[in-house]
Write a new protein. Sequence first.
Length: 179
Amino acid sequence: MTVISENELNKAIGKNGFFVPKTSLLCTQYAGGIGFFDSLIEAKSIMGNAIPTNIYLRPSGVEISIMHRFKLQKVGISFNDIVSVHIEDKETITQFKEKSVIGRALIGGLLLGPIGAIIGGMTGIGKKEVVVFEPDLVMTITYIDDKAAEKVAVFTADYGKKSKLYNDAKAVFGSRLQP
């Protein structure tokens, strides 16, 4: 599954002709699941968790590429190795954090004196819910890797690009895109 050089990529999943327009899926960001990309990203990326991803249709598969340290990194997945493609709607991952009693008391005290400090401190009791990660759309590609193990590559996209994502994914993956 992991193909790095352009020549190996062309041999594995075919080469597009010069005059053939590229069918692509450009509105996604890589989230995880492809070992080669994951090993690159562990070395820290400038983009953090949001890594723009290009997915191109090739004659015998798809080319997935990311930009890492000013170099385009490519991986190919043969259509024979793609089990399914799913696009799912929004799921929010949250985390609970302690509120700052002292910080709120200080602010309340500065603004309203001793009474403000008491009220500010009381508002800091308990926990608050903080949104950690909020992908609007999640696209998963289930594929068979080089070791015949089933893996899942995960990509995210903004909810505002939902129709574009569905249309482009249908053009790239065809019948492999599950409703």
